[in-house]
Design a protein around this ligand. Structure first.
Ligand SMILES: [Zn+2]
Length: 607
């Protein structure tokens, strides 16, 4: 435990000094102190929030923005209208927001707001609070905001809310006035329309006063376990609970969000992972799900081991898997997932959400702009992890993502991955682009630079960018430094365009004793090629055609021949063998190159 705390403080010091280095990287910092008084009868709560905001940017700030997410759950909100106008709405949302009554909607309203003691002018515009500052915040300076606010928890529609489909009473996500992020691109005060979050790194101290019958879980370390009886459920320790309510005190260092959930029927189990991390499990006392939730616990520990090894050491002291929400969603130090699932699905969703602890919570990419970096990387690594811990023995655990991507690419509905997460024409196109094409980005990077370089890239990406906001360029630069290959073209073609990969075996001819295989590039995206030539008698050879703009050759990829410069539509591969002894020619037998038409990749001879 101590080891981890030291690691975190070292990282903070390192980040602060790095920020002045040649990378020019800087990030803002927030310290939240919140006291919440919750009324379980009305699902309303009063809050006091002290927020110390440190401006580490080189800019003078004359205004700030807060996210007030719960206002999305009101008839005619942008989220409601979007859900009622998109062609393929999320089944959980559809027109449900439009039907909420006054006491069922969500809201988040400021009652007062001061900066260093002076009242401020502000305007609540949907889910965003626009605030004019009394005094501008100069570079390197800090200021203190004090806000009193009132919130109402909406009926569970999407992610957060009260009384979800499985009867979990409170899923409290995106539930507090949350300072928008300001970074090298300026303010990220996006309205909450459907998805994705981006937050400021900081420290949270949160006191929640609520009816004493509730059991809470979420982000942060409980500070008063004896008072609330947390973690003693199985030891028969009787907690003296005077009065009607109890105050739960949480502290969360170095996170960019704070989530909690509460229910009166939660069972709370905990185990210790091999690295010392405490794993908490909170789920309803329901005989139908109990066995699965018990079996889940050692699998979660296996997942923690897998991600520690393949990405980097989990830096916090705890992680919680909590029944709540409406599917699975990742939050700082925890996930809220629905719990009435078959065992494989319960582990699978836990694997996905837990991987997000790395790809989004520690490596905090801006999900709204680079959704493929968090959803795609998470899908890739959780697929690999499931393959190992559930003994699935898949040759390519990302195969399903390849199929999804290829069908989208051939559908005509694909938009570039640079599209804002809210701006896709179809939810399905967003989903495949973020999850499947994002996962293929990594698996295919393995094809480009080799599995060993890919795995080193993930480890170094974590070391270089944990507790920051890495961008796509930051990631590809790590891959370049690790491998030595030039890769900016890959980032560009794959993520910023809808160009596709399509190579074919065009023609086979004879030239004296040799066979000439003519290969054709049909798609616009270039790739290095691995061509397997199988001979009569069962032998085979793999030829590796490097891609000129990579200025690099993959080690142990096969017989290296002359490179292929992209502009040339065809390439002649010269095989020093007579044509009749060749049985079959195949481009990319590994299937790791996302060719949108594999039919023309293979030529079977003598047919
Ligand atoms: Zn995800």
């Amino acid at each position: 435990m101590l080891r981890k705390i030291i690691t975190i403080s070292l990282v903070l010091v390192f980040t602060a000094t790095m920020a002045q280095n040649n990378t020019g990287y800087w990030q803002q910092h927030v310290d939240y102190e919140m006291e919440i008084d919750f009324d379980a009868g009305s699902y309303q709560y009063d809050g006091e929030q002290k927020l110390v905001y440190s401006n580490n940017s080189p800019d003078t700030l004359s205004r700030v923005f807060y996210h007030m997410y719960f206002n999305a759950f009101q008839p005619n909100s942008e989220m409601d209208i979007r859900s009622r106008t998109i062609k393929d709405p999320d089944g959980r949302v559809k027109d449900r927001i439009s039907k909420l009554s006054e006491d069922e909607i969500g809201f988040m309203r400021p009652k007062s707001l001061k900066q260093d003691g002076k009242p401020l002018n502000y305007e609540l515009v949907g889910t965003v609070l626009e605030v004019e500052l009394d005094q501008p915040i100069l570079p390197g300076e800090s200021t203190t905001f004090m806000m009193e606010f009132k919130g109402q928890v909406p009926v569970q529609i999407r992610r957060s809310g009260r009384n979800n489909a499985e009867g979990v009473e409170l899923s409290m996500t995106q539930w507090y006035p949350k300072m928008a992020e300001y970074d090298f691109e300026g303010w990220h005060a996006d309205p909450y329309i459907g998805r994705e979050f981006h937050g400021v790194w900081g420290d949270f101290d949160v006191k929640i006063t609520i009816d004493k019958d509730f059991i809470l879980g979420g982000t942060g370390y409980i500070q008063n376990p004896n008072e609330v009886g947390y973690g003693y459920e199985d030891e028969g320790v009787k907690v003296k609970r005077r009065g009607k309510k109890l105050t739960w005190h949480f502290v969360a260092p170095n996170v960019h969000d704070f989530t909690w959930a509460a229910d009166k029927e939660y069972i709370h189990d905990q185990i210790t992972g091999t690295d010392g991390t405490t794993l908490h499990f909170l789920y309803k006392d329901n005989e139908d799900i109990k066995e699965n939730w018990k079996k889940l616990q050692s699998k979660t520990s296996d997942l923690l081991d897998y991600f520690n090894e393949h990405i980097g050491d989990y830096p916090y002291d705890q992680y919680s898997v909590i029944q709540g929400g409406d599917g699975g969603m990742e939050y700082a130090m925890c996930t809220l997932i629905t719990g009435e699932r078959k065992f494989g699905s319960l582990v699978g969703v836990t694997a996905h959400e837990m991987a997000h602890a790395w790809f989004q919570h520690i490596l905090a990419t801006d999900e709204a702009q680079h959704e493929w970096m968090d959803e795609g990387f998470t899908s890739y690594i959780s697929g690999q992890a499931m393959n190992e811990i559930m003994d699935q023995n898949e040759e390519n655990p990302t195969a399903g993502s390849y199929r999804g991507y290829v069908s989208l690419a051939n559908s005509g509905y694909e938009q570039p991955q640079t599209t804002h997460a809210d701006r896709y024409q179809y939810n399905q196109a967003y989903g495949i682009s973020a999850y499947s094409k994002g996962a293929v980005f990594l698996a295919q990077l393995g094809y480009l630079i080799g599995e060993e370089n890919l795995s080193k890239t993930l480890n170094r990406y974590f070391d270089d960018w944990k507790f920051k906001h890495p961008t796509p360029n930051d990631f590809i630069r790590v891959a370049e430094k690790v491998s030595g290959a030039e890769l900016s073209w890959y980032l560009n073609d794959w993520t910023r365009t809808t160009n596709t990969i399509d190579y074919s075996v065009k023609d086979v001819s004879t030239e004296s004793q040799n066979t000439i295989i003519t290969l054709e590039r049909i798609g616009l995206t270039p790739m290095p090629l691995e061509v397997k030539v199988s001979y009569e008698g069962g032998t085979s050879e793999t030829y590796y055609i490097p891609l000129r703009i990579m200025r690099w050759e993959k080690p142990e990829a096969g017989k290296v021949v002359e490179d292929w410069a992209w502009a040339y539509p065809t390439y002649e591969l010269n095989i020093p063998t007579k044509r009749f002894s060749i049985e079959k020619i195949e481009i990319d037998p590994s299937g790791l190159m996302a060719d949108v038409n594999r039919e023309n990749n293979v030529k079977v001879m003598n047919e």
